[in-house]
Design a binder for this molecule. Structure first.
Ligand code: NAD
Ligand code: ZN
Length: 387
């Protein structure tokens, strides 16, 4: 009898496990006064948001670019009844459109369509749409509510928490902006299926960074990444958002711990800006430059903050297995250093780094000499040569 019961029990357990596995993943991450929902099937959570906030909004405005209008909006509007009567505002894609002129056009459209304080603004797109749309909503009539539906990997894992909103001024990135939070953020990896692979891989650099600065177990999972099924990224995306959220909640205004998020970015930003300055060279995507920066800064970490040689090798090998090599010329080193002098983390003229003491541990306000920085760039070049 006992064996029949335990057999039945095992059978029921198996059904239960199979059923649980078939229910798609969903988590709610509590950010600063709002939630980030991560799900394979996000329209459920969006509809729930409108159910809870029934009849609250006088009008809904949706900001898209031509790519998210084509690839993301149709499946959202088909499944979210609240979007059926929304006004669609379409802008041209690209960082060059994240500027005040485009804001003026959108603010004017909002006025023309009688948007009021009870209107809701919905951003469907990558970081450009999220940063600028959030800024527009936060400033229109002193601020209307907005939600974000990030559709690139970078915007899902990086821009979904932290409250940084804004636009570029001339060529200065994010020069104008505010800190403000959306009412909710809805993340679904399914959107990534139509994103160019290069963009996916670029966004992944921030996830590598999250693992390196704070979670050695997460690093092990990151190393097993499989880009062939993007919906498998859900758990990794969820972990990344949780890591960034924890850091941001502990230090919202970047006084200390939040600086750890700059790992790879001091050198990476300089390389990114330098490539933008070259007319005869195609620009690097943000994550591609940060990948180079992380290898160089891992080298600095080995020299300055105690990262072991073994872990330096492990980081270098993994990053080079994901990213294409970037040619860096020695005669550009002085320009890189000049650009690093302008980094926002510097204090009293000293170039400040966030460096690793081990995989999963990061130290802020670490210094490195110009010679050592050049050495780290040489290290990168040697590594790509010997690959
Ligand atoms: N606020 C923050 O904390 C934060 C963090 C990181 C980056 N950012 C900002 O984000 C911006 C970069 O964001 P990004 O990398 O998402 O770039 P992006 O918004 O320019 O998007 C990249 C490209 O992908 C297209 N696209 C977006 N979603 C798509 C989809 N699902 N399918 C097909 N195409 C799609 C876009 O139209 C665009 O051409 C920068 O301006 C940066 O400053 C902000
Ligand atoms: Zn970054």
């Amino acid at each position: 009898m006992l064996s029949v019961q335990s057999g039945l029990f095992r059978f029921l357990l198996l059904i239960l496990i199979t059923f649980a596995a078939s229910i798609s993943f969903m988590t709610e991450i509590k950010a600063n006064n709002y939630s980030v929902f991560v799900s394979n099937g996000i329209t459920r959570e969006i509809n729930q948001f409108f159910k809870v906030n029934k009849n609250k909004y006088s009008k809904i405005f949706i900001l898209v670019d031509e790519n998210t209008l084509k690839h993301c909006y149709p499946q959202l509007v088909a499944n979210v009844p609240a979007f059926a009567d929304a006004e669609i505002i379409e802008i041209e894609s690209g960082e060059e459109n994240k500027n005040i002129e485009v804001c003026v056009q959108i603010w004017s459209t909002l006025s023309e369509y009688s948007a009021d304080r009870q209107s809701l603004f919905v951003n469907i797109g990558g970081g450009v749409i999220g940063d600028m749309g959030g800024f527009i909503a936060s400033t229109f009539k002193r601020g209307i509510g907005f939600i974000n539906i990030p559709t690139t990997l970078l915007s899902q894992v990086d821009a979904s928490v932290g409250g940084k909103l804004g636009i570029d001024l001339n060529h200065l990135k994010n020069e104008i902006g505010v800190f403000n939070n959306p009412l909710a953020v809805f993340v679904d990896p399914a959107f990534l299926n139509t994103l160019e692979e290069r963009q996916v891989v670029s966004g992944f650099a921030e996830m590598i960074k999250h693992a390196l600065i704070s979670d050695a177990d997460y690093w092990k999972q990151i190393k097993k990444v499989d880009f062939s099924n993007l919906e498998n990224l859900t758990k990794l995306i969820d972990t990344s958002i949780k890591i960034k959220n924890k850091v941001v909640l502990a230090d919202p205004f970047e006084k200390n711990m939040r600086k750890t998020l700059n790992f790879g970015h001091t050198i990476g930003h300089a390389i990114e800006t330098h490539f933008l300055e070259q007319e005869n060279q195609a620009p690097l995507l943000h994550g591609e430059a940060i990948a180079v920066g992380m290898i160089c800064e891992a080298y600095l970490s080995n020299k300055v903050s105690g990262l072991s040689g073994k872990e330096l090798k492990e980081i270098t090998t993994f990053i080079l297995s994901v990213y294409k090599p970037v040619k860096i010329k020695e005669n550009n080193y002085s320009r890189f250093l000049e650009l690093m002098q302008h980094d926002k983390k510097n204090e009293k003229g000293k170039i400040n780094f966030s460096l690793l003491s081990a995989i999963g541990k990061c130290k802020i306000n670490a210094g490195a000499t110009a010679d050592l920085i050049k050495e780290s760039l040489n290290y990168y070049s040697e590594q790509i040569k010997s690959k």
